[in-house]
Design a protein around this ligand. Structure first.
Ligand code: OAD
Ligand code: ZN
Length: 250
């Protein structure tokens, strides 16, 4: 199976990856669904919707600051590095991620599309102000603070620059992702339950155009029914092996 997947990737013309929370699980970032998933302990509608933020911005900000801290402590794992490596050797053309944790970027992936935003960015609820807290160097103080964060330009409340339930995905990112999927002949799907749309259309678009779907997951997902190769196991263990096979058969 692994060998077969390696061959498909090595022979591909335009391969892309589509990733979800499972790729960061081995870095210690909690996933959303499944065993130990965040949505088992917390209710998404109380924490990750625009209505929840209007009702109780403090609760939502406490939750996001807690996640920011967890993610700040996390480092990319061998799965993130493996995808960066596949890009470097010219096999992978882009990584489309549903994750907001920045770990693909830290691992060195260059052509990265973040469909659900980035947890280290904030944006104003009234004006067009946006800030990347890692780049501005404010992140350490920001996570420690207990106050509601305010816009330095207009004084309104800041919010995380992530996509909440019921919100549209950033248009440019989604269009780029769809264009890549239309062009791709292989998609490597890693660590996603494949149940959140429109993101989950990505592998279906590739499949519809006769592209191959390779999936890496510890269990079956919403994508498994269309997978040509399903590799069961941890992303951090399987992806480095896959890179070796791709190198070997190129
Ligand atoms: P989920 O939490 O729904 O799914 C995580 C997937 O990773 C599951 O299929 C697990 O089986 C798999 N998994 C766990 N550990 C793994 C490992 N070590 N190696 C490989 N696979 C592993 O996360 P997503 O599919 O990313 O949206 O969730 C999609 C969206 O739902 C998220 O982007 C988020 C959430 O609500 C927004 O915040 C908009
Ligand atoms: Zn503002």
């Amino acid at each position: 199976m692994l060998r077969h997947a390696g061959k498909i990737l090595a022979r591909s013309r335009f391969a892309i990856a589509f990733t979800g929370a499972g790729i960061s699980a081995e870095s210690g970032v909690p996933t959303f669904r499944g065993f130990n998933g965040l949505w088992r302990k917390y209710r998404p509608e109380e924490l990750a919707t625009p209505e929840a933020f209007q009702r109780n911005p403090k609760l939502v900000w406490d939750f996001y600051r807690w996640r920011m801290k967890k993610i700040l402590d996390a480092e990319p794992n061998p799965a993130h590095y493996a995808l960066a490596e596949l890009e470097k050797i010219g096999v992978l053309k882009a990584v489309i991620t549903q994750n907001v944790d920045d770990l693909h970027r830290e691992a060195g992936t260059e052509n990265l599309i973040e469909l659900h935003g980035n947890i280290f960015r904030v944006k104003c609820t009234s004006c067009s102000y946006r800030e990347n807290l890692k780049e501005s160097g404010r992140i350490q103080n920001f996570v420690k603070s207990k106050d509601l964060p305010k816009c330095p330009r207009c004084g309104s409340l800041l919010r995380p620059d992530v996509v909440w339930f019921g919100e549209a995905l950033p248009r440019e990112a989604l269009e780029r992702a769809f264009r890549l999927a239309e062009k791709a002949d292989v998609v490597l799907v890693v660590g996603t339950s494949g149940v959140v749309y429109p993101a989950a259309y990505i592998p279906y678009i590739v499949k519809e155009r006769d592209g191959k779907v390779i999936e890496v997951n510890v269990e079956k997902s919403g994508i498994t029914p269309i997978a040509d190769v399903f590799l069961r196991g941890k992303a951090g263990e399987i992806l480095p092996k896959l890179v070796e096979l791709v190198r070997g058969s190129k």
